[in-house]
Design a protein. Sequence first.
Lengths: 115, 112
Amino acid sequence: DVKVTQSSRYLVKRTGEKVFLECVQDMDHENMFWYRQDPGLGLRLIYFSYDVKMKEKGDIPEGYSVSREKKERFSLILESASTNQTSMYLCASSSVQGAVLDTQYFGPGTRLTVL
Amino acid sequence: GQSLEQPSEVTAVEGAIVQINCTYQTSGFYGLSWYQQHDGGAPTFLSYNALDGLEETGRFSSFLSRSDSYGYLLLQELQMKDSASYFCAVRSPNTGFQKLVFGTGTRLLVSP
């Protein structure tokens, strides 16, 4: 079974803090994704990585950065947390092979609250 | 750009059949997929359609009409555990070969 794990289920931070969210997958997937999920807005892509050290901006990258130093690990960084970044953050991974691209495996999510 | 529309909420009773529709607008198209998410849980993949027609997986089926830019998820013999949010997602040249764009989700409430 594919397993995607995230470092924390719940996180509370203060405005201006630097925040690191970690994601690890154990299926040797090439692609990894960071989404945020807000009520009524669905899942919105923040950043995407298709290989080690490679990244692409998603739909809402402002205020975020990412790091992928190893294939299995993808980190989301909030350089200076703000209250409007309070959200559920979901990490996902997928393989590059054919129709399997449409199958993304999600982690359990990190609910981040910025005070 | 690309956009997907699906109803925000659907209600049904146990044992019934329910259909959740999804219309999309994209330039080009690779496939439409469906994900289920229980409250507090992670989204999980349900089904995928790249070609027109019906794909069946147990009690769940998914349909696609590429000419109408339309698909639906059909849930039969509803059970209480089917209460969840359901997201359609599209992959297209616009989204990038390896990325999905998700709809805003349909919350399904199954009552006894």
